[in-house]
Each structure stands twice: as structure tokens, then as C-alpha cells.
Design a binder for this molecule. Structure first.
Ligand SMILES: Cc1cc2nc3c(=O)[nH]c(=O)nc-3n(C[C@H](O)[C@H](O)[C@H](O)COP(=O)(O)OP(=O)(O)OC[C@H]3O[C@@H](n4cnc5c(N)ncnc54)[C@H](O)[C@@H]3O)c2cc1C
Length: 521
């Protein structure tokens, strides 16, 4: 939201942001969760934030500093082996247990890099949008399709085939073709199930892997880093940039309804009864929440409303923040003194089959008895988060059912499942449980209630082919414009989808500014 507002402010528009919570930033915020311990509350690691947006909004001048992890990932296995993925070291580690995989690793990365480059080119552009009739708008969509076709024409045929594989196949099928070793497949397979309630063998999951590959940190492609001060440092820098461009930001100001007059959005009514009138309304909430909760149903075309009710949301995600008295010592790589692997994304999920089982377990029993966990300990890179010698950990856990069956509530099961997550890490790092001195727990229900994430969906809607690109949030509305004049989508429910990218805000602002130029709003 702040990205969209900042661009509009810089273009000279008069802009007001209204946010339901006491702080702007949505799922990318930092807070104290235990006395003396602060952490990124939900989103916890940065890569997808677009470099153009960092430059345009002058986020570094507004205080943002992003640092690299000293190792990217650490995957301990229960047989005492491990994989450490770190610049210049990964192949050596893979060679210990899968020499053939080590030889193929560089080729695999080249293939994934080339596919990610294509996606990267598309992130800051509106996808081609379906229009009817022969109008100026339909002509401009034809030009867009031509541009896309030209981009593909410049791409070697084998790369186009790979791209097609990555869009349609399962991550498991894609990775099985490349590698033999469980840990190396798991290293990449994890990205395919993050926030995605699916098995790595579900068709379409290879795209989610690719989605997590289009980012960069300080110019280094496909790596993940840490925003000093936590993810809130990103959104606070965005908010400062927006405020500097004249944007008025009001927090604790929940919207009750989008106002519609003569088929156009003309402002919002707040819960406290106030009305904010405007020529355009841009919303970064989940599209299902927007159209079933905030826009009056009677104002929408019935077919649109029916389809958006079927918008698929619900990540199998469970999120925890832990205050730790000391760093964990892993059986596979003992030692509680800070080391490179402590700065990495520590993945507890040693194979694709483990991930598949976690998914089927959750489908049948509502949460996996052996869950997939990524643990990040950002205090190893940022001493502003915890008292000296102590640490904070983000636990990003999958799979759990977004909703429990038979009227049961996550409120009654949240603590038991949180214990299970800690016990799971304890099995790889004895003594871990005893080091936990405080915790904050978000079940899918908590994610929905705290951040307005429908079904706890971290992406505002599944990243599946039926909900991507020109179908995000719906075919015919992929250009950030909703079915009502003056209503725009500027959040993760629009292309390119979830993640702390800034991209939907950038693209929506462009649509609003263009419409203003043509006096369409
Ligand atoms: C647990 C979790 C972990 C994640 N991890 C990462 C990660 O490590 N890296 C990454 O890049 N991405 C991550 N993501 C995804 C990323 O955080 C989201 O995709 C991104 O925040 C979407 O931004 P947005 O502005 O579209 O929406 P949001 O961040 O969801 O913001 C929507 C805003 O709308 C507000 N709102 C809702 N209803 C109303 C109302 N009625 N009136 C006024 N305001 C309202 C909400 O309070 C919220 O501030 C994670 C998300 C979650 C939930």
C-alpha cells in the first residue's frame, strides 16, 4: 500500500492511506513480542523487494539496510548428515553424499537463473488483459501481447520449454529430473511448498519454486537476506518515503465499506463512521475480502461476485517467534557459538517425501505430525533484536489445515501445535526446547484475525496457474483495475502475487496515473 501511495504522491496526487492496524506494513512489520525481544512478526526474510522500487522510493535514504546471510541454508538430516548451502561451498557439501548432483548443480542454477530472468522482466509490467470490442484499450493490450511474444521470441527454445515446465509441472517432477540426493532436492523443494498448501508433487508447485527465485539482495540474484531492524524496516522506510511525497497516513482506521455511486468507487466509509471521499480507491487486501467484505455485493456484476467467492486462499502456514537464551546446537553440526549456519534459513525437512507426507498428514489429520519448518535466527545478523547473548528465531512451519473441521477452532489447538513445532526442532538440536524463554504463535486463524489474511493465506490467494498473471485476480481484471471504475488492486492479490515485492503497488500506481491522464478517474 505504501508503495502505491508513494508513487501517487510523487506524481503530485493528493493521497490518504487508511490502515486498520496501529502500524502500517501489513504482514511485513517488526514488534516486541517478549520483553527485550523484537522480531519480524510475520514475513521474515527479504529477496523479492524490487530494486527499482528501492531506488525510486529512496528506501536506503529512508533508513533501509539489507544484509546478506553468511550461509543461505542449512538442512540437517536425522542420520547426522547435513547440507550447507553457502557461496562457493554448496557443491562441495553436495559432493559429500551425491557426487553426480554436485556436477549438475551449476547447470541447474543456470537453468533456473534464466527462467527467473524472464519472470523478473515481467514483474513490473501489467499482464495482458482480456478486453472486448475494438477500442483503444484493446489495441494497447494487443501491443502488450506483442511485447510478451517478442520477449519469448528472443528466448532460446530450450529456455521456453523450461519455463513451461516450471509453470505447469510439480517441483518434485522437475527436481527429480535434475538430482538424486534427498537433501539437495529438499533445498529447492522447500521453496515450492512455502505458503503453498500442497505436496511438492502437486502439479504447479514448480512455479512457486520459481516465484521465490526472482529476487536479489544488494544486486546478488536469487539470494535471501535480512532487513536490519526486521521486515518492519522495509515498510517503515516505504511509509517515510510516502509521507515525504505528501501522503497522509492514518492508522487505527479500519475501512467498513468502499463507497460506490453510479457504478464507480468514490471513497470509503470507516468503522468509526467517518467518510473519506476520493476519485480513486486502491485496495491491498485479499481480493476475496475486498469483494465479499468491503464492496457492497449489489454494486458488482453477479458473475464477478460468484467467481471471486471461489478465489482460492489458504496457506498451510503456522508462524512462531521465539525468544532464545542461546543458539541451538545441532546434532549434525554441534556448537552453540555463532557460526555461518546459524545465520541461514535452517530447513527441517530432509527430503521431498518428508514434505509430501507432511502435506498428506495435514490433509488427513489437520496438521502434520512431522512438520516442515524453516527457522531463521536474525539476531545472528542484527544485534538490535535481542539482549546481548540472547537470540530471536522466526519459525515458518507447514503444513497445517487453514480451517479445522467440525466447528473446531485453532484457538483450542494453537498451543499444542506450537509445542509440536518446538519438539520437532528439539529432535535435531537437543536442548533447544529448554532455551525457549518466550514465544508468539500465529495459527492460520491468528494470521487472518491479526493481519486480515483470508484463510491465513500469505500470498492473498494461491499461486496456481488459474490465479496467476493475466488471471490474477481474474481474467479481464489483470490490469490492476477492478470491475468498478475508480477501484484498483494494489496488493498481493494482483500480479505478480505474494511476497514483499512492492511490485503490485508500483504497477497499480501506474494504472491510476494513466487513468488520471486520460481523465478516466
Ligand atoms: C507468516 C508470513 C510469512 C511471510 N514471509 C515472507 C517472507 O519472508 N518474505 C516475503 O517476501 N514475503 C513473505 N510473506 C508474504 C508477504 O508478507 C505478503 O505477500 C505481503 O505482505 C503482501 O503485501 P500487501 O501489501 O499486498 O498486503 P498485506 O501485507 O497483507 O497488507 C494488507 C493491509 O491491509 C490492512 N487491512 C485489512 N483490512 C483492512 C480494512 N478493513 N481497513 C483498513 N486496512 C485493512 C491490513 O491490516 C494490512 O496492513 C509472508 C507472509 C506471512 C503472512
Amino acid at each position: 500500500m505504501a508503495t502505491c501511495a508513494a508513487y501517487l504522491g510523487m506524481a503530485g496526487l493528493s493521497v490518504k492511506v487508511v490502515e486498520r492496524r496501529p502500524v502500517v506494513g501489513g504482514a511485513a512489520v517488526t514488534a516486541e513480542f517478549h520483553p527485550g525481544f523484537r522480531n519480524s512478526v510475520a514475513a521474515y526474510t527479504v529477496s523479492l523487494l524490487n530494486p527499482k522500487i528501492i531506488r525510486d522510493l529512496r528506501l536506503h535514504e529512508h533508513g533501509l539496510r539489507i544484509v546478506e546471510r553468511r550461509a543461505q541454508n542449512f538442512l540437517p538430516a536425522s542420520d547426522g548428515t547435513y547440507l550447507l548451502a553457502a557461496e562457493g561451498q554448496t557443491e562441495r557439501h553436495i559432493a559429500k553424499f551425491a557426487p553426480r548432483d554436485a556436477q549438475r548443480y551449476a547447470d541447474f542454477n543456470r537453468e533456473l537463473d534464466a527462467a527467473a530472468d524472464v519472470l523478473r522482466d515481467l514483474v513490473l509490467r501489467a499482464p495482458p488483459n482480456l478486453t472486448s470490442g475494438l477500442t483503444f484499450k484493446s489495441l494497447s493490450e494487443f501491443i502488450k501481447i506483442g511485447g510478451l511474444a517478442n520477449r519469448l521470441r528472443r528466448t532460446p527454445a530450450e529456455q521456453v520449454r523450461t519455463l513451461y515446465d516450471l509453470i505447469t509441472k510439480s517441483a518434485g517432477d522437475y527436481l527429480d529430473r535434475w538430482f538424486e540426493g534427498d537433501l539437495v532436492k529438499a533445498l529447492f523443494g522447500f521453496d515450492a511448498v512455502v505458503g503453498n498448501y500442497a505436496s511438492p508433487y502437486t502439479p504447479g508447485t514448480a512455479y512457486v519454486l520459481l516465484h521465490h527465485a526472482f529476487g536479489e539482495v544488494n544486486g546478488k540474484k536469487r539470494i535471501w537476506g535480512h532487513a536490519v531492524g526486521g521486515m518492519g524496516a522495509i515498510t517503515q522506510a516505504m511509509a517515510r518515503s510516502a509521507a515525504g511525497a505528501g501522503v497522509d497516513i492514518e492508522t487505527d482506521a479500519p475501512v467498513r465499506e468502499v463507497l460506490v455511486e453510479r457504478d464507480r468507487a468514490c471513497g470509503v466509509a470507516l468503522e468509526d463512521g467517518r467518510v473519506v471521499r476520493s476519485r480513486a480507491v486502491a485496495a491491498n487486501v485479499n481480493p476475496r475480502l475486498l469483494y465479499t467484505g468491503l464492496v457492497p455485493g449489489a454494486a458488482l456484476p453477479p458473475a464477478f461476485r460468484t467467481r471471486i467467492e471461489g478465489w482460492r486462499c489458504g496457506s498451510g502456514t503456522f508462524r512462531m517467534n521465539l525468544a532464545l537464551s542461546r543458539l541451538p546446537s545441532f546434532t549434525a553440526l554441534p556448537g552453540s557459538e555463532p557460526a555461518d549456519h546459524h545465520t541461514s534459513g535452517i530447513i527441517i525437512a530432509p527430503s521431498l517425501h518428508y514434505m509430501e507426507r507432511a502435506y498428506h498428514d495435514a490433509r488427513q489429520q489437520e496438521w502434520s505430525r512431522e512438520p516442515i519448518i524453516e527457522m531463521l535466527i536474525p539476531s545472528t545478523l542484527d544485534d538490535s533484536l535481542a539482549p546481548p547473548g540472547a537470540h530471536v528465531a522466526s519459525l515458518f512451519c507447514q503444513h497445517v489445515a487453514p480451517q479445522l473441521a467440525n466447528g473446531r477452532s485453532w484457538r483450542d489447538h494453537r498451543d499444542g501445535v506450537a509445542d509440536l513445532m518446538i519438539d520437532t526442532i528439539e529432535r535435531h538440536a537437543p536442548g533447544f526446547k529448554a532455551s525457549v524463554v518466550g514465544r508468539q504463535v500465529f495459527s492460520p486463524l491468528d494470521l487472518e484475525e491479526t493481519f486480515g489474511l483470508t484463510g491465513g493465506d500469505i500470498f492473498h490467494g494461491a499461486l496456481s496457474l488459474d490465479q496467476l498473471f493475466w488471471a490474477r485476480p481474474m481474467i479481464g481484471y489483470a490490469d490492476y483495475r477492478g470491475p468498478l471504475r475508480g477501484l484498483y488492486h494494489c496488493g498481493a492479490g494482483a500480479h505478480p502475487g505474494g511476497g514483499v515485492t512492492g511490485a503490485p503497488g508500483h504497477n497499480a500506481a501506474r494504472a491510476i496515473i494513466a487513468d488520471r491522464r486520460w481523465r478516466a478517474v
